[in-house]
Write a protein that binds this ligand. Structure first.
Ligand code: ADP
Ligand code: ASP
Ligand code: MG
Length: 465
């Protein structure tokens, strides 16, 4: 029986320059010596931001800065190709034809002064479409047979531009049909992360950081032995190292812990990436491309059974919406109507809490959705407001959600007391509290300006593993 495939994904920082790309290609080469490999490439570091800014400039009619961005992108790739050739002794040339398509898209946006989610996805797709061929050429230059593969030939998604969901029923057979023959011929495919295509053939993206999800989708469809996510930190840490520099490495995590952490802001992994991995039972391994000898973090069903809290995460940029009123207690179905309203306008409720007195209901939504959510809820509850059952809809921002996560929290007494004692001692006021019924997460909302203090205070209560 042939060996199972390993999927290896490289993030933007791991592909930031010719030197980094060659390094990634060397890591791929040594992985390919052990088992068949499928690679997934993100855009070169920072490039997706450059593309999105170019689209915004074009929308405001500033075609000059947009054109300049295209030239910056060209220069970075030309330099990378030259650097790869120099480092490997191979001949890697950058094919600039794609940039003509990009320029046309930007000119279109500028002419119409309109930047739809559809065209935004098209523009942001170029980062990965440009990087995958470079990584593949670096492999060929190192003597590894390789070919770039555009994920749009395999990943079929819904129409939700900017955060599209993969239709696995349609995509899985395509993934196997496209990648299977390449792998069995000994060719290492380098797939563009982040992008897909809807049923009408338009380019979609899986959301910022979506290349992790591309890797997970391929790994699940191919029943891979593992999905390795190469990044710029040693693995999943007990907190965001930018907020807590002393955060420690978590060697093992359960899928549930990883899902809770990434849902509540641990940016090291794209939340939707956990789902295909769970469904297929394929472990996700997070490793540092800058220190590849490290053990990294393995996320699997096994997890680790340590007691108490294992990690602290935070999501910034939230808005707290509350519905208050003495008359709410008597009205049936208020929560259902609140959720019905947010679902109708397509706003996701990240956290929800209702006091048992039924006189207050709080929901946390992305700050960007504030005004339309308030308007829709005011419309929904206009009658209750008129009769005085509800005082009104109040919105406050910026708010952050902080979460304490750990499978071992379940059944450990006194966790909530410990969490709120630590936060109170740091002088932070807690606005809303929620505990998931799985008991492996306690989350609460604080003012954005208190986010770092709350995370740091909570992290001080953790013991190193
Ligand atoms: P890539 O370009 O490789 O996809 P990302 O920037 O998307 O990298 O994710 C890695 C970053 O995630 C790290 O540099 C780190 O700053 C941030 N991060 C946030 N929370 C955590 C955490 N709990 N553990 C590790 N990294 C985290
Ligand atoms: N390039 C995309 C982004 O910057 C996707 C990714 O890197 O995962 O969001
Ligand atoms: Mg990422």
């Amino acid at each position: 029986m042939s060996k199972p495939i390993a999927v290896h994904k490289f993030g933007g920082t791991s592909l930031g320059s010719a030197e980094r790309i060659v390094h990634a290609a060397r890591l791929l080469k040594s992985a390919a010596a052990k088992s068949p490999v499928v690679a997934v490439a993100s855009a070169m570091g920072g490039l997706t931001d450059v593309l999105l800014q170019a689209a915004r400039d074009a929308e405001r009619g500033k075609l000059g800065p947009a054109k300049k961005a295209v030239e910056t992108i060209r220069r970075r790739h030309v330099e990378a190709a030259a650097g790869i050739s120099e480092a490997t002794g191979g001949k890697v040339v950058f094919d600039g034809r794609l940039l003509e398509e990009l320029s046309t898209a930007l000119a279109g946006i500028s002419m119409l002064r309109e930047r739809t989610p559809r065209v935004t996805d098209l523009v942001s797709s170029f980062g990965e479409r440009l990087s995958a061929p470079l990584v593949s050429s670096a492999l060929v230059a190192l003597g590894v047979p390789s070919r770039p593969v555009d994920a749009r030939t395999m990943i079929v998604t819904d129409d939700h531009h900017g955060a599209a969901q993969c239709d696995r029923k349609k995509s899985d057979p395509k993934i196997r049909r496209v990648l299977g023959p390449l792998v069995s011929q000994g060719i290492l495919p380098v797939v563009t992360g982040f992008i897909g295509r809807n049923p009408s053939g338009e380019t979609t993206t899986l959301g910022r950081s979506g290349s992790d999800t591309t890797a997970a989708l391929l790994g699940a469809a191919l029943s891979a032995s593992s999905i390795v996510i190469w990044t710029d930190v040693d693995g999943v840490l007990s907190a965001d190292p930018r907020l807590v520099p002393e955060a420690h490495l978590l060697r093992r995590l359960s899928y549930r812990e990883a899902a809770e952490m990434t849902y509540f802001g641990a940016k090291v992994l794209h939340f939707p990436a956990v789902l295909p991995a769970i469904a297929a039972g394929v472990p996700l391994v997070i490793r540092n491309s800058f220190a590849p000898k490290g053990p990294g973090t393995t996320i699997s069903a096994r997890g680790s059974a340590g007691p108490g809290i294992r990690a602290v995460t935070a999501v910034p940029g939230m808005c707290l919406i509350s519905l208050n009123g003495g008359g709410m207690a008597g009205i049936p179905g208020i929560a259902a109507r609140v959720f019905g309203t947010t679902a109708r306008i397509g706003v996701s409720v990240v956290m929800f809490s209702q006091a048992s007195s039924e006189q207050n209901m709080a929901l946390l939504i992305p700050e960007a959705d504030r005004s339309r959510t308030v308007a829709a809820l005011e419309q929904e509850f206009r009658y209750e407001k008129l009769i005085g059952a509800i005082d009104g809809v109040v919105a406050r921002a910026p708010i952050a959600i902080v979460a304490a996560v750990g499978d071992g929290m379940k059944g450990t007494k006194g966790i909530a007391a410990k969490v709120f004692e630590a936060v109170a001692a740091a002088g932070v006021n807690v606005e809303v509290i929620a505990q998931g019924s799985s008991e492996c997460n306690i989350s609460f909302a604080v003012e954005e300006r208190d986010r770092a203090a709350a995370v740091q205070a909570l992290h001080r209560t953790l013991s190193p593993e």
